[in-house]
Design a protein around this ligand. Sequence first.
Ligand SMILES: Cc1cc2nc3c(=O)[nH]c(=O)nc-3n(C[C@H](O)[C@H](O)[C@H](O)COP(=O)(O)OP(=O)(O)OC[C@H]3O[C@@H](n4cnc5c(N)ncnc54)[C@H](O)[C@@H]3O)c2cc1C
Length: 286
Amino acid sequence: MIPTSFDYVRAGSVREALGLLALGDGTKVIAGGHSLLPMMRFRLVQAPKLVDISRLEELRGVQEYKKGLRIGATTTYAELARHPLVRERCPVIAEVAADIADIQVRNRGTIGGSLAHADPASDMPAVMMALDAEFQLRSKKGGRRTARAREFFKGAFVTDMTEEELFTDILVPGMGRNAAVYVSFDSAASGYALAGVCASIGRKRATISDISVAVTGVAEVVFLAGALERMKDTKCDAAVLAAAAKEAVAGLEIAGDVHAPSSYRRHIAEVAIIRAVERAYQRAGA
Ligand SMILES: Cc1cc2nc3c(=O)[nH]c(=O)nc-3n(C[C@H](O)[C@H](O)[C@H](O)COP(=O)(O)OP(=O)(O)OC[C@H]3O[C@@H](n4cnc5c(N)ncnc54)[C@H](O)[C@@H]3O)c2cc1C
């Protein structure tokens, strides 16, 4: 389909972009356009004006932040995948970015766009939740604020952001002795996760001292699997892990679709949890 007509403005600064969003006339931000344009073509989104932020250098790039990372919202997947600091400090982000879609999407798609879009099958929200990242948001009237990833995703395509806010940065805390791994089973057609799991684990010798596990693709919204917390103070016992993985998805209403029936999604979610936890445990001990 053809989108409804719209105006297009390339923002020359963050200030200009914030001013346009503050008009409250339905203006939307466009970054890589890989999610927004398909939504507009299906007429699921009709915006009177797009403000393009993709060339704003102030929103792009990766810097050291405390012992972790500050990632600009318009940093592309391709940049994340090859960035030496990301690969050194938080390799799971580079690994996930390198595996998203195809080279065209990775060259244009931005991490901020993915997080703001909040597709319930996208990969980065689970990574950000497991790592306990924080998001920096800015608006003309409200100034700057910080939102925790764990409280940001409210539903399918729904976040804590208002229409006037611009997503500016992602703050990823230092990993310390933790290690994280992402495991997903992807749709062969789209590459989106049928079930995707990010596990972040800290170890004291053979014992798990810290664990966070986030799951995407199976529910209406990405979620932290609290059942896995019982792995804390264990030595990653296989039977305890299998029981916790089962419990993590037991009460969920999982919708089936043309890509996978709900029973299969539930099964692969359990398998992805088990593999992600086992691999993160191994990585934390290496
Ligand atoms: C063929 C294909 C395959 C894909 N496969 C995968 C996959 O396997 N896994 C996966 O996770 N994703 C996948 N995607 C989705 C892709 O990750 C997203 O399209 C992309 O990352 C979104 O970023 P963008 O810069 O293109 O956002 P845009 O499309 O420009 O914007 C998306 C939404 O976010 C808003 N937005 C963007 N940036 C900001 C900002 N800084 N502040 C406020 N709001 C903002 C826009 O207004 C819009 O509502 C795929 C997409 C395609 C086209």
